[in-house]
Design a binder for this molecule. Structure first.
Ligand SMILES: CC(C)(COP(=O)(O)OP(=O)(O)OC[C@H]1O[C@@H](n2cnc3c(N)ncnc32)[C@H](O)[C@@H]1O)[C@@H](O)C(=O)NCCC(=O)NCCS
Ligand SMILES: Nc1ncnc2c1ncn2[C@@H]1O[C@H](COP(=O)(O)OP(=O)(O)OP(=O)(O)O)[C@@H](O)[C@H]1O
Length: 193
């Protein structure tokens, strides 16, 4: 059985970069953002539940209306909780199956911004926090997504502050423009293996 690591960090922290590097270093990583995109479009139970909450327009030509869902959940905590309650159990089941099918690897990972908030920590052995100060995260996310700072800040308000996530982390990878990532990840793999 593999050691399962949960890779987390708020929006713009650099989780995707860290996950890509880990994959290059031989660690398969389940990317929750990508898989949740797949599941929201293919899982009939998720589709039915989202349509009953938001109406038919939440899907357009079979594709999820992402701006509509985003404005529904990021502006209202109750809506966020409801939608998370529909999608997260499915991601958990899917990750369990995926981990089983990758059990020959010594280490596997799951990358999720809201690993801790969504209770995915129960399904992993160790939590790895990718940390960058909030102003760096905001700058990176704004330039990556070419969107307004306010839009990123709205998502940040719906995530636990990364400083609070430190209490749950077994390992912290600093992605703060001061420390290089590859040596930190090499040391992490050595510690885990
Ligand atoms: C709301 C949706 C449609 C917005 O889509 P969009 O293409 O604009 O953004 P994308 O999916 O690339 O997410 C970008 C970032 O937003 C943040 N985010 C997304 N969902 C959530 C959430 N439920 N709670 C807090 N932050 C979130 C994360 O930092 C994520 O990396 C989409 O994020 C979604 O379906 N979210 C619900 C599923 C979920 O919880 N995904 C996150 C798993 S980590
Ligand atoms: N060390 C770094 N140096 C320069 N740019 C970086 C660094 N780390 C990340 N970035 C850039 O910052 C942006 C955000 O990084 P990334 O997409 O990995 O964040 P994330 O934590 O996965 O965010 P999200 O929660 O939105 O998925 C990307 O455009 C990425 O290329």
């Amino acid at each position: 059985m593999s050691i399962k690591i949960g890779i987390t960090g708020g929006i713009g922290s650099g989780k995707s970069v860290v996950s890509k590097l880990l994959q290059l270093m031989g660690v398969p990583v389940y990317i929750a953002d990508v898989e949740s995109k797949r599941l929201t479009e293919t899982d009939p139970d998720i589709r039915a539940a989202l349509i009953s909450l938001l109406g038919d327009e939440v899907y357009q030509d079979g594709k999820l209306n992402r701006p509509l869902l985003a404005s529904y959940i990021f502006g209202n905590k109750d809506n966020l909780t409801m939608v998370n309650g529909i999608i997260h159990p499915r991601i958990k089941d899917d990750f369990r199956r995926w981990a089983q099918s990758h059990s020959s690897y010594p280490i596997v990972g799951i990358e999720a911004a809201i690993l801790i908030e969504a209770g995915f920590t129960e399904d992993v052995d160790q939590v790895v926090l990718v940390y960058a100060p909030q102003e760096i995260r905001l700058r990176r996310a704004v330039s990556r997504d070419a969107c307004a700072a306010e839009q990123i800040q709205q998502r940040m308000r719906n995530q636990m502050p990364d400083e609070d996530k430190m209490a749950f982390a077994h390992h912290i990878i600093y992605n703060d423009d001061k420390q290089a990532l590859i040596p930190q990840l090499g040391a992490l793999i050595k510690t885990l293996a």
